[in-house]
Design a protein around this ligand. Structure first.
Ligand code: DQA
Length: 157
């Protein structure tokens, strides 16, 4: 019998969401839009599939849980897309976890923190990220998936 080619399946892209993003849709819709987190997940899944990737999509309100998710991504993911929400501006622990990643990490935000209050102008996440996409609402996530797909394709070529 002919031997099946040993095709290794790409690891999923891990999309992580921080505190209060579980309430998207009803949370300050003038800033964050009316799309729920479930709606964002659905759109991300479709975009990733179009690029030939699967996704893992998680949300936590707890800093330590986000750190653990990033740690798991070290070996279980081909890339990380992270909206650390308010922890973006405060968490050295999230930054230190991101620094241990050898896969690409893209920072995303629905709003553009640079146009908002001063305390949102500092991003610890940015110091551990490959790049940042902010200000495009749901499209920030989809553009991040496009960026990851391009990065991984370049790596394979
Ligand atoms: C956010 C921006 C953060 O400043 C804020 O704390 C959030 C959401 C965004 O997606 O625009 O919770 O990360």
């Amino acid at each position: 019998m002919a031997k099946k080619p040993n095709k290794t399946k790409a690891l999923p892209i891990h999309i992580l969401n921080g505190p209060n993003l579980n309430l998207l849709g009803s949370r300050e819709p003038d800033i964050y839009g009316k799309t729920t987190l479930a709606g964002i997940e659905k759109a991300c899944r479709a975009r990733a599939e179009a690029h030939g990737f699967s996704i893992l999509f998680d949300q936590s309100n707890k800093e330590g849980e986000l750190v653990e998710m990033i740690q798991r991504a070290r070996t279980a993911s081909s890339a990380v897309i992270i909206n650390a929400a308010a922890y973006t501006h405060t968490s050295v622990a999230v930054l230190d976890a991101l620094k241990m990643l050898t896969v690409p990490a893209i920072e995303v935000h629905l709003s553009n923190p640079a146009r908002r209050e001063n305390f949102r102008h500092t991003s610890y996440v940015a110091m551990g990220a490959t790049g940042t996409i902010a200000g495009f609402g749901l499209n920030s996530y989809l553009l991040a998936i496009d960026a990851v797909a391009a990065l991984l394709k370049d790596k394979k070529a």
